[in-house]
Design a binder for this molecule. Structure first.
Ligand SMILES: *Cc1c(COP(=O)(O)O)cnc(C)c1O
Length: 345
């Protein structure tokens, strides 16, 4: 429904007409035989963007994170991650259900980071009573901390520390291009400290499907087998990869517009009594307003009233909302949304 102002997520982005044209024209082959030229090209492009040697096209960010863990951890190993991380919260417990990997959760700080001190304390001595620490997982941008980007310096400090203790670093970079745009660095700089990184083509980059997992050729070779085990071996999926190539070529450099829209939206809402920004001002494409106690409605009620006005937003808690800007949210949509909040509150 294109007439909706849909701020629930950047996953709702539809492919553009130009993207659809490149999909229709894609040269394809059987990718399980490694013979889809468009997928091969996307994987090479993606790996180059991430500064890694190899890439694997996967169905979703969830599958990319899961495969990264399964390819590098054994059953009973432990992966250290944030309590607000997507892998802990929103991936249906896949690493445990399918990999027997134990999540060791640490508190995310307000700026999205995990404290090095906390990671240090999470590392266990070699003792038969303990699971074996194998991996640290960071998320960039860190969605549930306000969509905040993690800096190159911070990521490097975690990578160096993890590696000094014999642990691997995986980055869930679902929105690493947003992080790069906000920090004015390259995604390769952000991914450099990591052994593996996943990013999504299907969010702000507007592709209909897909993520790419990047890492060393050896890890990606193992990942290819695991993707097959999971039923993710696709055939003439070059049609989908073509959208990904279009996304990498045309959509990454416009993400700053989404960030400007998020800031404008927050500015407009900041003038409304009853709204606070407990999670801070937006730094990328996510706006997390909270309703003060004196506000007459809960977040779900506000979302319901917005929906009557053709605007969809996410409800993240009793008094918390999430709005995500993207390609299909223009200046007009931002202003209409601010106006609607004024009318409701
Ligand atoms: C969206 C998202 C993913 C992957 O989601 P899929 O819907 O499986 O593609 C992973 N991590 C984060 C932080 C996300 O926001």
């Amino acid at each position: 429904m294109a007439s909706w102002i849909d701020l629930r997520s950047d996953t709702v982005t539809l492919p553009t007409p130009e993207m659809r044209a490149s999909m229709a024209a894609a040269e394809v082959g059987d990718d399980v035989y490694g013979e889809d030229p468009t997928i091969n090209r996307l994987q090479e492009m993606a790996a180059a963007k991430m500064g890694k040697e190899a890439g694997l096209f996967v169905t979703s960010g969830t599958m990319g994170n899961l495969i990264a863990v399964l390819a590098q951890c054994e059953r009973g190993d432990e992966a250290i991650m944030g309590t607000l991380g997507h892998t802990f919260l929103f991936e249906a417990g896949g690493i445990s259900a399918l990999g027997g990997v134990f999540p060791h959760t640490l508190t995310n700080q307000a700026d999205g980071t995990l404290l090095l001190e906390d990671i240090r304390s999470a590392i266990r001595p070699d003792d038969i009573h303990h699971p074996i620490n194998k991996m640290v997982i960071l998320e960039n941008t860190q969605n549930r901390c306000g969509g905040v980007p993690l800096s190159v310096e911070y990521t490097r400090s975690v990578g160096e520390f993890a590696h000094s203790k014999g642990l691997l670093l995986h980055i869930d970079g679902a929105r690493i291009f947003n992080a790069a745009a906000a920090l004015q660095v390259t995604p390769a700089e952000l991914a450099a400290p990591a052994d593996t990184v996943t990013f999504c083509l299907s969010k702000g980059l507007c592709a209909p499907v897909g993520s790419v997992l990047c890492g060393s050729p050896a890890v990606i070779q193992r990942a290819r087998r695991i993707r097959k085990q999971l039923g993710g071996g696709m055939r003439q999926a070059g049609i989908l990869a073509a959208a990904g190539i279009y996304a990498l070529e045309h959509m990454t450099r416009r993400l700053v517009e989404d960030h400007q829209h998020a800031r404008r939206l927050a500015e407009g809402l900041a003038g409304i009594p009853g709204i606070a920004f407990e999670m801070g001002q937006p730094t990328t494409n996510m706006v997390f307003p909270s309703l003060k106690n004196e506000a007459p409605f809960t977040a779900a009620e506000v979302a319901g009233r917005l929906k009557e006005k053709g605007i969809q937003v996410g409800v993240v808690s009793e008094r918390g909302l999430r709005m995500v800007t993207h390609y299909w949210i223009d200046d007009m949509a931002v202003e209409k949304t601010i106006q609607a909040f004024h009318e409701i509150l």
